[in-house]
Design a binder for this molecule. Sequence first.
Ligand code: C5J
Length: 224
Amino acid sequence: MTAPGPEIAARPSPFRLAARGAAALLVIDMQRDFLEPGGFGAALGNDVRPLQRIVPEVRRLLGLFRAHDLPIIHTKEGHRPDLSDCPASKRRRGAPGMRIGDPGPMGRILVLGEPGNDFVSELAPEPGELVVPKPGKGAFYRTGLDAKLAARGISQLIIAGVTTEVCVQTTMREANDRGYECLLVEDATESYFPEFKAATLEMVRAQGGIVGWTAKVEEVIEVF
Ligand code: C5J
């Protein structure tokens, strides 16, 4: 059996890395649709600029995992062009003409394959990294992600991405219920609402880490 790895100085307690390769970096939805003007996030009335601030931090994590040849997964929220995987209740969000599937400056909003649905260029996946398109907020909903992680022997997730209280938190809760140990990287996740980000960080690590752990990028980097 391979020996467990070192401990990240996380909150509410140290996070011990399992055997080499068992911890994957899971980057949630770092897409133009959420980070750039003209995408889904902006169509819902959000100022997208705060999300752009974490791009360098997510890049540092990608660089770390790539340098050590460790598993990386990128999720991408989007719908099929015929919207058959988009519930009517979701499609009704936002102003008419600026809803999922409507044309925007970066192509059809939140539709797979459109320019706006792609990853921001700085964080584009590299060959060998797993890309998981997802129709919902949680990365485990209708994606087969659980089986893909199991096939790779992954039991821990180091999580980054957007938005903290929507797709990131939903995914973290789904993962926690499925037995994965999850660490959310505080300065590599962001929300359109600073108070929602702060509350999410508090609630995941409350009660002895009821949903998981949190740590800063630097604290993750220093144990590798
Ligand atoms: C949202 C996401 N906020 N990736 N998606 O609709 O958090």
